[in-house]
Ligand binder design. Structure first.
Ligand SMILES: NC(=O)c1ccc[n+]([C@@H]2O[C@H](COP(=O)([O-])OP(=O)(O)OC[C@H]3O[C@@H](n4cnc5c(N)ncnc54)[C@H](OP(=O)(O)O)[C@@H]3O)[C@@H](O)[C@H]2O)c1
Length: 327
């Protein structure tokens, strides 16, 4: 029999988004290179709720929406949570559906898969579009289509107005794209979820989004070590290693704390119970000015460049174009 999170579980602070809704600053990542079978994945998500996570991040592209929905139902049944409102659930619109007329059907499908009535946050996963039948990870000549950012965003706003999601936002958008989008929105994006960690500090995007009241949410805050899209640059960094040793913390905790101290929120994935717990224990220490200065010296490199999405004869011809030079 599972127990409710007790007093020993860390209390994760919440921020208020520009939509007026609150979001816990740490979210649980629901993406993995190879997911375990449905039942095991569901148990992993329930375990995450038991250790104190209340914010979950998935996408229609991850294959984990169904398990997350089942975990929510199970947590309610077990009394781990009293109501759905205690959770903050994000999902994302995949690049096969980034067109005005496809957004609402995609969100309805996500809600059906999860068995939920609403999401807390719905994001445009990437500023890209491919044919509906195409495989994003094995694109063929002609699969890529022009992305209509304004039409897609208008449909995101409609989803919000229908109450199917409480907030809407972006993922992998640059300052340039956000600037253009903001000229024609009725509901501004609450979040831009991007790669951010000590090895890719988002020095241009952070101040830009702060000024626009858009929260930056970090994906791969640990550099996604051990995955086929990440690197060990964060988890094996010597500067973090030294800081961690001096504070009796782990490298992961120092890396996550750094993101939090920048004013960003973060999504971290661990399917291992001990590391799940460890990743929540970042609110009982601070980084000194000197330590933050040392972290500023870490060489910068975007790891998740999106090379797989580039087609030289398609609408986005290079990674430089995808990131509007912010690479
Ligand atoms: N919007 C986007 O385009 C986008 C892109 C990528 C990811 N995301 C989201 O962001 C989430 C997190 O990003 P991510 O999964 O790429 O990377 P991450 O959270 O930086 O790293 C995950 C990796 O680190 C390991 N790990 C976790 N905690 C650890 C610890 N305390 N010590 C050592 N290793 C640890 C995990 O292994 P174990 O599981 O074995 O602990 C896993 O291999 C994803 O799950 C997804 O929800 C979004």
């Amino acid at each position: 029999m599972a127990s409710k999170p007790g007093n020993s579980e860390p209390k994760v602070p919440k921020i208020v988004l520009n939509s007026g809704h609150k979001m816990p600053v740490i979210g649980f990542g629901c993406a993995a290179g190879k997911l375990p079978p449905l039942e095991e994945l569901t148990s992993t998500f329930v375990k995450a709720m038991e250790v104190g996570y209340r914010h979950f991040d998935t996408s229609s592209a991850y294959g984990s929406e169904e398990a997350l929905g089942k975990a929510v139902a199970k947590a309610l049944e077990m009394g781990l949570i009293q109501s759905r409102e205690e959770l903050f659930i994000t999902s994302k619109l995949w690049i096969t559906h980034t067109h005005h007329d496809l957004v609402l059907p995609a969100l309805k499908q996500t809600l059906e898969t999860m068995g939920l009535e609403y999401l807390d946050l719905y994001l445009i996963h990437w500023p890209l579009r491919i044919k509906q039948a195409a495989n994003a990870f094995k694109q063929e000549e002609g699969d890529a289509l022009p992305f209509d950012m304004y039409g897609t965003w208008k449909a995101m706003e409609d989803c919000c107005k229908l109450g199917l999601t409480k907030s809407i936002g972006l993922s992998n958008f640059t300052c340039e794209k956000i600037s253009k989008l903001l000229q024609s929105v009725t509901i501004p994006p609450a979040i831009n979820q991007v790669e951010m960690n000590v090895g890719w500090q988002q020095r241009k995007l952070m101040p830009f989004c702060k000024e626009k009241c858009i929260n930056v949410c970090a994906w791969s805050p640990l550099g996604a070590s051990g995955t086929n899209w990440g690197s060990n640059a964060v988890i094996e960094n010597q500067i973090l290693k030294d800081i961690a040793a001096s504070k009796s913390k782990t490298i992961a905790q120092v890396a996550l704390r750094w993101v939090y101290e920048q004013g960003a929120t973060l999504i971290v994935k661990s399917f291992n119970e001990e590391r799940m717990k460890q990743n929540l224990q970042i609110f009982d220490f601070e980084l000194s000015k000197e330590e933050k200065y040392q972290i500023l010296q870490i060489p910068q490199r975007r790891v998740g460049r999106g090379d797989i999405f580039i087609q030289k004869n398609g609408p986005v011809k290079s990674v430089e174009e995808l990131w509007d030079g912010e690479i």
